[in-house]
Write a protein that binds this ligand. Sequence first.
Ligand SMILES: Cc1cc2nc3c(=O)[nH]c(=O)nc-3n(C[C@H](O)[C@H](O)[C@H](O)COP(=O)(O)OP(=O)(O)OC[C@H]3O[C@@H](n4cnc5c(N)ncnc54)[C@H](O)[C@@H]3O)c2cc1C
Length: 491
Amino acid sequence: MEEADVVVVGSRLAGCAVAAPVARSGRKVIVIDKMTFPSDQLSTHLLTTTGVSELAKMGALPRVLATNPTRVNQATFVCEGIPCSERFRPADDGTDFGICVPRDLQDICLVEATREQGADIREGCVFDDLIWTNGRVAGIRYRDENGETREVHATLTVGADGRRSSVAARVGAWTPYRMSKNGRGLVFRYMDDPKLGTKDAETFIVWRENKSMAFAFPSAPVGKLLVLFMGHRDEVSAARKDPEGYWQAKLDQHPGMKERVAGVDSDSLTKVRSTGDTPAFFRASSGPGWALAGDAGHFKDPVTGQGMRDAMWAGRTLAEWVIPQLDDPASVDRATRQWEADRDLHCLPAYHFANQDTKIEKQSAVLQEIFRDAGRTEDPDLGDLFTRHRTPQEIVPLPRMVRALTLALIRGKEPRGKIVSRSIGDLRTELAIRREIRAGDFRSTRTVEGSDHTGVKWPAPPKAPPSESGMPPVPGAKKGRSEADSMEVSP
Ligand SMILES: Cc1cc2nc3c(=O)[nH]c(=O)nc-3n(C[C@H](O)[C@H](O)[C@H](O)COP(=O)(O)OP(=O)(O)OC[C@H]3O[C@@H](n4cnc5c(N)ncnc54)[C@H](O)[C@@H]3O)c2cc1C
C-alpha cells in the first residue's frame, strides 16, 4: 500500500495533463495505464493552435515536435465548391500552428515528458477497483505488470481512462446523464503526400459536399498525409467489406480530394481504419474523492477534431482547481464540482456544434453564404470554431445568420420555400442552444431538438475485477493498440 496526493488511471492526453502540473507543484502523483508505450489509439489526432498550446503547457511540446510534424497555420474550408481560406488564430502563448501526429508517436512523448516532471507513471498496470473510506473514494487497487495486486491511497482519484472508463463504472457514473447519437462514421488512412513542397501540403483542407465530408491533414513526419472521410455511419460496414472500392467511391464524391491525392504512390497507402461508434456524452464527472477527466467524463463527435485539445484542457484545469486544496479533502471535493461545472460551460457550445455537424444533411444554402462571407479575407473567422477562440454563437450571431439567409434567398439554387423552412428549423435549434448556454444549468438533462440525437444504446459497463469474480489475476501488460475504440454501440 502506497500513499499519494493524486492517483490517475490513464496516461494519455487527460491523464498526463492532470499529472504534469500536480507533479510540478511538488505533490506526489501516481499514474497507471494498462498499455505500454508506444501505443496507438483510434483517432485522427488533429490539433489546432490551442491544442498545441496545451501540449506546451503540459511540457510535452518539444518532444512532440521532435517527431517532425508539418506545422500548419492555415486551413481551407470548402462548402459545395465555395472556398474559405484562413490563417489560424494563435493561442494565448503565441502558438500559431496546428499539428497532426499519429498517436503511437505522440502519446509516448506525453508519458515521457510528464514522467520527467516528477510524475510516477506505471505502464502495463490495470485498474481493478476503488478503495472507499467513509463514503469517499480513497484510492485504487490495481494489478501491476506482473499481475500482483497493489493499492494506492490518495486524496483524489482521477479517471482519465477514456470513453470506456472503468473508474466511471466503479463510482456509478457509467451511464451518461446526457448522450447524443453520431450520424457520421470515420474512415481514414495515411499515405505519402503527393503534393509535398506545395502550399496544400501545409494546409488543413475540409470539403463539405452533399451529405459527406472529406479532410486532408498533413501529418508526421513531414511528407505524410492523413485522409479522412466522414459519411453516414452506416457506410463504415461498406468500407470494412470493400475498403478499396469504398475509397474510390468517396474520391468520386469529393473531386477536390481526388485532385489533392492525385498521383499518390499506391505503395504508401496504409490499411483503411474506421469506426461508426462515436456517440457524444456527458457523464457526472465529480464526487467525493474522485473526478473524471478527458473522454472518461465527456466526449463529443470527432467531426470537430477537438477531443484531444479538450482532454488536455480538462486535465490541466482540474489540476489547477485542486492543487491548492490537496491538504483538505472537503475542499478538494468542492473544487472538483466547480471544475465540472466550468468544464461543461466550456464544452457545451462545441458539443452542440458537433451534434449539428454529425447530422447527415445536405449543406444548407445559408451555410454556403456564411462560407462565401468568411472567404472574403484570410483573417481568422470560421477557424475559431476549431481553435475555440469563439463559440459558434459568437462567430455567427443572429444578424450574420439573417444576412446569410437573405443572400441565400436571392442566390440559392433550391426553392425559396425549402430554404425558409429549413432555416426556421435551424433557427429554433440555435435559439434553444443559446437559451441553454445562458441558463448554465449543472448536469442538465434537457434535450435540444435538432442537436441532441436520440437512439444511443449504451453498452454494459466493463466487467467486475477478477478479484471480485473469483478469477485469478492475470498479468496486466498489454502491447499495441488501446481498446478505447471498442465501445461498440448498435448502429
Ligand atoms: C475515430 C476518432 C477520431 C478522433 N479524431 C480526433 C481528432 O482529429 N482530434 C482530436 O482532438 N480528437 C480526436 N478524437 C478524440 C480523441 O481521440 C480523444 O478525445 C482523446 O483520445 C481523449 O484522450 P483521453 O486521455 O481522455 O483518453 P484516451 O486517449 O482514451 O486514453 C485513455 C487511457 O486510459 C487507459 N486505460 C483505460 N482503461 C484502463 C484500465 N482499466 N487500467 C489502466 N489504464 C486504463 C487506456 O489504456 C488509455 O491509454 C477522435 C476520436 C475518435 C474515436
